[in-house]
Design a protein around this ligand. Structure first.
Ligand code: CTP
Length: 400
């Protein structure tokens, strides 16, 4: 898939450097050529021998090879690359990149490169939050660098927080998406819904479902990373979005979600409805907690608005509308009915009969069915990979 693509990976001094050999293997397996450049501190975290064995190229760090007096040209390296990835990118290197300091081979090569630049930061949570780091990131973003944001988790310091470099599999997906989509998503407005809705019974109880929101969040992040402007209408979930640039609109009920969607839909070029919206809501919501002694005789439920159907009726020619279908029986037929009845351009069929797919899992297995009759069944994959597959479906729909 990446045959002949030339990628520079710049590794800086961070413990996350140990993840890069995995990434190199994945890129090489897909046919990419990988040139690794390291700062002198990076060599304390991962050995040039490992990196050169996996990349099948010498690893450069210095301008001059001390052994044979040869010179490594940062200019020709910069011009050679189709993509430049900094992973892990330390606060120090990002600070230098943003102010034009070029005191090592990696930084001079960066200044000479004409290709897209991706940056996957890794550092301690307080360093990541520091205004200087934020400033460097803002400057680099304004210069067109694309960020693969760090995630929350355990850090080398033993502290917990945001600063862990993304996993190699996710970085790999970002790179693949960059090369495998021919339509530009940059500047496209995208509306994504994710998570469940909670329909209140009284101030402490609700009717809902166990959707984690992960699938929709991954879709929002993947499109954001391709330069789209993403509004994510997110139901009540514990999952963090881990992105500064996705515009998250938090909602609780189906009615809130409906209003939030309507407020941004007209501007959206692409709408993806991954939320598991409650189909029914209690007709009457008690404003006080219903006491045990009082009890419930019954809860009268009324249907919620079918948001996707409503948007399907309003959809213009130049808007793409993607629905999800969560099924337990007659999966394909039910999904096709939803595709047509809700006026979608494609539907993503999720079957709860597939092990490891759907609510709560980090993995998913889906069938994409488009209005053009395209049908693609994916294997069981991570939700990031499914998001990448969806982007390729969108790419084709936008071209058709
Ligand atoms: N959906 C919606 N508003 C609702 C219910 C569903 O926008 N009130 C959207 C979902 O986000 C999804 C699609 O409609 O994109 C299909 O949802 P699903 O739960 O599979 O089906 P339903 O339309 O609710 O029908 P059923 O429950 O009968 O399968």
């Amino acid at each position: 898939m990446l045959r002949g693509k030339k990628i520079i990976i710049g590794i800086t001094g961070s413990i996350a450097a140990y993840k890069v050999p995995y990434l190199i293997r994945m890129l090489k397996r897909e046919g990419a050529e990988v040139q690794v450049l390291v700062t002198s501190m990076a060599k304390d975290f991962v050995t040039p021998l490992t990196l050169s064995a996996l990349s099948e190229k010498p690893v450069y760090s210095e301008y001059f090879d001390k052994g044979d007096g040869t010179w490594t040209s940062h200019v020709s390296l910069g011009l050679w690359a189709d993509l430049f990835l900094f992973a892990p990118a330390s606060a120090n290197t990002m600070g230098k990149m943003s102010s034009g300091i070029a005191d090592n081979l990696l930084l001079t090569t960066y200044l000479s490169a004409r290709c897209p630049v991706f940056i996957a930061p890794a550092m301690d949570l307080d360093m990541y939050k520091h205004p200087s780091t934020k400033k460097s990131i803002d400057i680099l973003k304004s210069q067109g660098c694309r960020f693969i944001d760090p995630v929350e988790g355990e850090l080398a310091s033993g502290l917990k927080g945001c600063g862990r470099m993304e996993e190699p599999e996710v970085i790999f997906e970002h790179i693949k998406n960059h090369f495998l989509t021919s339509v530009t998503f940059k500047g496209k407005r995208v509306l994504v819904t994710a998570g469940p809705t909670h329909e209140p019974v009284d101030p402490v109880r609700f009717i809902g479902n166990s959707s984690s929101g992960k699938m929709g969040i991954e879709i929002a992040k993947a499109l954001d990373n391709l330069g789209a402007e993403v509004d994510l209408v997110l139901g009540p979930v514990s999952q963090k979005v881990d992105s500064d640039s996705v515009n998250v609109i938090n909602v609780k009920t189906a009615d809130d979600m409906h209003q939030a969607c309507v407020s941004v839909f007209d501007e959206a070029d692409i709408t993806i409805m991954a939320a598991a919206v409650a189909d029914f809501t209690p007709e009457v919501v008690s404003d006080q907690k219903i006491k045990k002694q009082t009890g419930f005789e019954s809860i009268n439920l009324v249907p919620t608005v079918d948001i996707l159907s409503e948007l399907g009726k309003k959809k213009r020619e130049n808007q793409l509308l993607i629905g999800f279908a969560l099924e337990t029986e007659n999966e394909r037929d039910n999904a096709l009915t939803k595709l047509h009845n809700k006026n979608c351009d494609a539907i993503v069929l999720n079957s709860l009969n597939d092990m490891g797919a759907g609510f709560g899992y980090d993995t998913n297995k889906v069938t994409f069915i488009t209005r053009n009759g395209e049908e693609i069944i994916t294997g069981l994959k991570s939700k990031q990979e499914i998001a990448s597959d969806l982007i390729r479906v969108l790419d084709r729909l936008l071209k058709s």
